[in-house]
Design a protein around this ligand. Structure first.
Ligand code: 5RP
Length: 238
């Protein structure tokens, strides 16, 4: 990865730089997953190598590995407990800062870590801002046992929902079945639009076999949004 990105990558880096300004010595941090969160980890690593003392938990094995490479010690969440701040990316961000996450298949741990945090800040390039959620397929993490039956029950939920489509499928990666860090499958649902995220999230999580869905509701206090021209702005929920 170049240190001098252009286009959307520059937007991601600029958003990460804006979030970096929030970090203070002694903070307990949750480190998100995905390409934007990886910019944050790299920038944070540079500060740590200069002497910044912080305590960190990671939201994926990949992030933990990158953080370690960058000189950031990663502790298990249970050794840290409550966190001050989690900085993480998102796949879609609506005006209320309700998010779709899980494009990288990490949303279960990302949600646990964000819930353990006093604050969550989202970092993203401006392509992630949407007037309404749903163009990005909603990831639903399910137990491998009986996953096809779980999928039928999820379809039952979606059929009565105010969405444009209910098509879904098990996530694949490079021709093989994608498994999460926790050994579960991801089902991705192309809903088109999501109008009642809190109720949908509750209904999905009530299906036995569903481990966690990718809707993050009321978790992010603000979003740092970077653009391809190298500027970034802070967005608050409306
Ligand atoms: C992983 C995530 C990521 O934060 C999300 O997919 C955004 O990734 P990127 O910054 O690469 O666009 O939720 O589960």
């Amino acid at each position: 990865m170049t240190d001098n990105p252009t286009g959307a990558e520059l937007g991601k880096k600029t958003a990460a730089e804006m979030a970096l300004a929030l970090i203070e010595p002694g903070m307990k941090l949750g480190l998100g997953s995905g390409s934007t969160a990886e910019w944050f980890v790299r920038l944070l690593g540079a500060r740590v190598r200069e002497g910044l003392e912080i305590t960190c938990a990671a939201t994926s094995r990949r992030t933990a590995s990158l953080a370690t490479e960058c000189g950031i010690e990663i502790l298990p969440l249970d050794d840290v407990g409550r966190l001050d701040l989690t900085v993480d990316g998102a796949d879609e961000i609506d005006p209320a800062l309700t998010l779709i996450k899980g494009g990288g298949g990490c949303h279960l741990v990302e949600k646990i870590v964000a819930a353990a945090s006093a604050d969550m800040v989202v970092i993203a390039d401006d392509s992630k801002l949407v007037p309404q959620l749903g163009a990005f397929a909603l990831p639903v993490e399910v137990a491998t046992y009986g996953w096809q039956t779980t999928a039928l029950m999820i379809e039952d939920v979606l059929r009565v929902w105010d969405v444009d489509g209910t098509e879904g499928g098990r996530r694949m990666a490079d021709g093989t079945i994608f498994e999460t860090d926790e050994g579960n499958y991801i089902l991705d649902y192309h809903l088109g639009r999501i109008t009642e995220a809190p109720a949908l999230s509750t209904a999905l999580n009530a299906v036995p076999g569903v481990v966690e869905n990718g809707l993050f509701i009321g978790m992010a206090s603000r979003a740092m949004i970077g653009s391809a021209d190298g500027t970034a702005r802070e967005v608050r929920p409306v």
